[in-house]
Design a protein around this ligand. Structure first.
Ligand code: S3P
Length: 449
């Protein structure tokens, strides 16, 4: 599928975005492990969340949909059954890494596979610490051989814990801030005989911590450290009813578009504004945009939400790195699009992790910017974008990465003439309503199969 995009009028109106992908994955997994029925509302219909949903179905968890509500018949912490075949995590790194932790504590074996992009993503970061706590997990080398050490990729194979065996306590200093690794280790920690004590260089998104605490799991956080001690705990939780807030990482593309197209005035309603995720809002302000939060409320499970309003003002370049980068790790492609229209240089540093996302997002965004005639310099840990000049229309390919595709479409909204974004079907990974949402605001954008 390709997108055709043209420079159009100012974007105006109020929209909603699909439910938060990160919170959605966790809600599905924790619902599967509950004792009894759970209802999860507001889940995105994105392909990544559907991969997690299919995975719990393959392990014997019954689910049904009624309108916006997903009903999950939770089977309890020990109720998952061995799947009949491999579990396909599709394009979803979160599905694979969280399942790796959860399934390391089971008494059945399982193999986790992914699509071509996921099969190139590093898995040693979860295999190493899981093995250190006694899990029987291995991955695959770049040459396709099964291995338990070194640089590892999917597929992952997990052998069962045998009778009398249990995962061990774990004290682990994570070398990289990663919510997927942290959540993997916390989920495995639910099955461990001892405590799980983790620290990361900077706090990554803390949805798992908030949700486990809401369910009564004895978990404590202090700065970038988290501690889970199941010995203080009866084990398990009852069914729950949760509402997933709108995904700030999808709203980011709407806000970025409004910040780029002169005259725009847009409100995105009901968006999750967990402070570990709101880096883009700070960055927009540094770049001179006006972003207001209204109708703030405390959502379940412990996730704050708000309506986000933005009115276009000319942007200026800014520096991004450190803690702020971690708080907007998925928003860098949208930022690159904004940077193209900002006056001066936008320098993005400390972003090595972007090279191991759905694609190498540093290289991909440098190539996309180049196609639009925007000068950028690729650095080992980021990118410097020189913005403010005219943009020529481009024909670009998504490289199979949903966020690269959406960022390219945003650039098409301000380039002279018609832009074509090839390989745009991947947008359905996280934001299946991207095109109708932009169209509702007045953008000139069409899908073509
Ligand atoms: C996610 C964590 C982040 C993020 C990804 C979703 C999660 O990845 O980039 O899109 O839901 O835990 P890392 O943990 O690899 O930084």
């Amino acid at each position: 599928m390709r997108l055709r995009v043209r420079r159009g009028p100012a974007l105006r109106g109020r929209v909603r975005v699909p439910g938060d992908k990160s919170i959605g994955h966790r809600a599905i997994l924790l619902a599967a492990l509950a004792r009894g029925r759970c209802v999860v509302r507001g889940l995105s219909g994105g392909a990544d969340n559907l991969s997690t949903l299919a995975a719990i179905g393959a392990m014997g968890v019954r689910t049904s949909r009624e309108g916006d509500a997903l009903r999950v018949e939770g089977v309890g912490l020990r109720g998952l059954r061995m799947p009949a075949k491999v579990i396909d995590c599709g394009n979803s790194g979160t599905t694979m890494r969280l399942l790796a932790g959860l399934l390391s504590g089971q008494r059945f074996g399982v193999r986790l596979v992914g699509d071509e992009s996921l099969s190139r993503r590093p898995m040693g970061r979860v295999v190493g610490p899981l093995r250190a706590r006694g899990a029987h997990i291995g991955g695959t080398t770049a040459e396709g051989r099964p291995a338990t050490e070194g640089a590892l990729y999917p597929p992952l194979s997990i052998a069962p814990l045998v009778d009398g065996e249990a995962l061990l306590g774990l004290e682990y200093e994570m070398p990289v801030a990663s919510a997927q690794v942290k959540s993997c280790l916390l989920l495995s920690g639910l099955y461990a005989a001892g405590p799980t004590a983790l620290s990361e260089p900077v706090v990554s998104r803390d949805h798992t911590e908030r949700m486990l605490m809401a369910l009564g799991v004895p978990l404590h956080t202090a700065g970038a450290a988290v501690y889970l001690d199941p010995s203080e705990w009866g084990g398990g939780w009852d069914g729950f009813s949760w509402m997933i807030p709108g995904d700030l990482s999808s709203a980011a593309f709407v806000l970025a578009a409004a910040s780029m197209v002169p005259g725009s005035q847009v409100v995105v309603e009901g968006v999750g504004v967990n402070p570990t995720r709101t880096g883009l809002l700070d960055m927009l302000r540094f770049m001179g945009a006006r972003v207001d939060l209204a109708r703030r409320s405390e959502g379940v499970p412990g996730e704050p939400t708000a309506d986000l309003a933005i009115a276009h003002t000319p942007l200026r370049g800014a520096l991004l790195g450190g803690e702020l980068l971690v708080r907007m790790i998925d928003e860098v492609p949208a930022l690159c699009a904004m940077a193209a229209t900002a006056r001066g240089c936008t320098e993005i540093r400390d972003a090595q992790e972007l090279r191991v996302k759905e694609t190498d997002r540093v290289a991909a965004m440098a190539a996309v910017l180049d196609a639009f005639g925007v000068p950028s310099e690729e650095l080992e840990d980021g990118l410097v974008v020189t913005g403010g000049g005219p943009l020529r229309p481009a024909r670009v390919h998504s490289r199979g990465d949903h966020r690269v595709a959406m960022a390219a479409a945003l650039l098409g909204l301000v380039a002279e003439g018609e832009t074509v974004v090839e390989g745009a079907e991947c947008i359905a990974t996280s934001f299946p309503t991207f095109v109708p949402t932009l169209r509702a605001l007045g953008a000139v954008i069409e899908e073509e199969s």
